[in-house]
Design a binder for this molecule. Structure first.
Ligand SMILES: [Zn+2]
Length: 509
């Protein structure tokens, strides 16, 4: 295949991605994601809504198109529309968008049994909507819904439909594997056939991930020579989702040598943005964007990195604006410890390193989750010194009641100064945070922004189980998290907060 061929990505996080169970964006969220996709990630095209959904949807699209017109991105915004003569087209014109992605039927089965029409009737209806859209100044793309089944079961229907539409000035013919039933070889063979039959048409492939093959199918479609691939951030979409933009873009570049406009350094940021707006958590082991994919767990890998990159692949964290980290646990080796100590600028003697490793392996055996931010506490523990425990909660009582404001009374050591303080708030954790105000300002310590607070109990846990609290903090451009574990969930949050403050105090020294 030719080198340096370029291929377009069309992102449909805001349209097909919104068909994920339980996902619905606020208009402002839609606008933020749309801007980020075009401006930061530099996606070629985005599909942002279905026509005629609601007035709220229309106003979200209007906000986005207002911005895009001034920023020079209007030609990249597309809206799904229906074969309904004037209705979808009018809605799209009012929304300020300029491109309709017209949903036509790509299988005889859908045409006959869903529309109750012959192919001739359907083609006449499509032509009527296309010519109205073009008369209103819209550019037209068509989807052939259920194309994968249509091609398998009624190929003559597919050829006849494309043949009837090919000279209407339609920009892209978009072929969906609507139910995600294809395998890579079928994708390659069928698209090769379509491209050979209709060489002047720009075909797009629109995969779904029901067999977990969406990325592999996208690669096969690119090899067959399609002009564009459709994908979503975080694999959002109905059922098993669409194809993941992160995976597809990296595979096309690394495995096929294709040129893409994507700015890879932004993929992780935008994945996090979409994660928070959609409420759909990324699994920690999601390729490219998951929390754990650049964490080395086994000591031998950290040892390889320590000795000069023996386990390097093209998927480096720096490429995606991320950092490599070294997990601590029972698989940790001395090299993991050294890497973490280096990162935190902590120096300890070789004997203490050995003690530290033993302690970490022991904690790992007890299934405790250990993060680098726990290191200073563990060091303080094994060396029985206060050198690394800069902050200590000596006493804390919290009272809460139904319809009552919570209050917290604390005794706290920061460095060698002991504070007594109290606070009131909306819940026990908030009261504790208020009680910290005075000791922190007296110690000239600022609180980073709290951006996420997650409490969980182990799967299958009982009401008396330990709870784990993970808090995500943001400080300047950097994000980090700390954990706390306690049988009381408020104290788990307090512990996570104290760990964060300890790290900051240590960095200050
Ligand atoms: Zn779809």
């Amino acid at each position: 295949m030719e080198q340096n061929r370029s291929i377009q990505l069309m992102d449909t996080t805001l349209r097909d991605g919104e068909q994920t169970q339980g996902v619905s964006y606020f208009p402002q969220e839609k606008v933020s994601v749309g801007k980020a996709l075009l401006q930061s990630l530099k996606v070629d095209r985005i599909e942002v809504a279905s026509a005629r959904v609601s007035d709220g949807e229309k106003s979200a699209v209007q906000q986005l198109t207002d911005w895009a017109r001034n920023a020079g991105h209007l030609h990249q915004i597309e809206i799904l529309g229906f074969v309904d003569h004037t209705k979808s087209v009018d809605w799209i014109v009012e929304s300020g968008a300029r491109i309709i992605n017209l949903l036509t039927k790509g299988s005889l089965n859908h045409c006959t049994n869903q529309l109750g029409k012959t192919i001739e009737q359907h083609i006449a209806d499509i032509k009527q909507t296309v010519s109205y859209a073009q008369a209103q100044g819209l550019s037209v793309n068509v989807y052939l819904e259920d194309w994968s089944n249509g091609y398998a079961d009624s190929p003559d229907y597919v050829y006849q439909l494309v043949d009837a539409l090919k000279d209407l000035g339609i920009e892209h013919f978009m072929l969906p594997d609507t139910l995600g039933v294809m395998a890579p070889k079928e994708v390659f063979d069928s698209l090769t056939d379509m491209i050979e039959r209709f060489p002047s048409i720009k075909f797009n492939f629109h995969p779904h991930n029901d067999y977990g093959l969406a990325t592999a199918n996208s690669m096969a479609a690119a090899e067959a020579g399609v002009a564009a691939l459709h994908c979503t951030m975080n694999c959002l979409g109905e059922r098993a989702g669409n194809a993941s933009l992160a995976e597809v873009s990296v595979v096309l570049k690394d495995k096929l040598g294709l040129q893409l406009n994507i700015d890879e350094k932004e993929i992780h940021n935008i994945a996090k943005l979409v994660e928070s707006f959609s409420g759909k958590r990324l699994a920690a082991n999601t390729p490219i964007v998951g929390a754990d994919v650049f964490t080395q767990t086994a000591g031998i890998h950290a040892d390889g990195d320590h000795k000069g990159g023996l386990y390097i692949t093209e998927l480096s964290p720096e490429r995606f604006g991320r950092e490599r980290s070294y997990a601590l646990g029972k698989m940790a080796g001395k090299a993991s410890i050294i890497k973490n100590l280096e990162a935190m600028e902590i120096e300890i003697s070789p004997e203490n390193q050995k003690k530290l490793l033993d302690k970490i392996v022991k904690l790992g055996d007890q299934k405790a989750t250990i993060t680098p931010n726990d290191l200073p506490f563990i060091i303080a523990d094994i060396m029985e010194s206060n050198d690394f425990a800069h902050i200590e909660l000596l006493n804390c009582s919290i009272t809460s009641g139904l319809d009552l404001e919570s209050s917290a009374n604390i005794r706290l050591r920061i460095g060698d100064k002991v504070y007594k303080s109290s606070g009131h708030g909306n819940g026990g954790f908030d009261a504790f945070m208020k009680a910290l105000d005075h000791p922190l300002s007296d110690s000239k310590l600022t609180m980073p922004e709290l951006i996420d607070y997650e409490v969980r109990i182990p799967p299958g846990g009982q009401a008396n189980a330990l709870t784990e609290c993970v808090i995500q903090w943001a400080d300047d451009a950097k994000q980090f998290h700390t954990r706390g574990v306690n049988s009381n969930q408020v104290f788990a949050g307090i512990q996570a907060t104290l760990r964060m403050l300890n790290v900051r105090l240590h960095q200050r020294q």
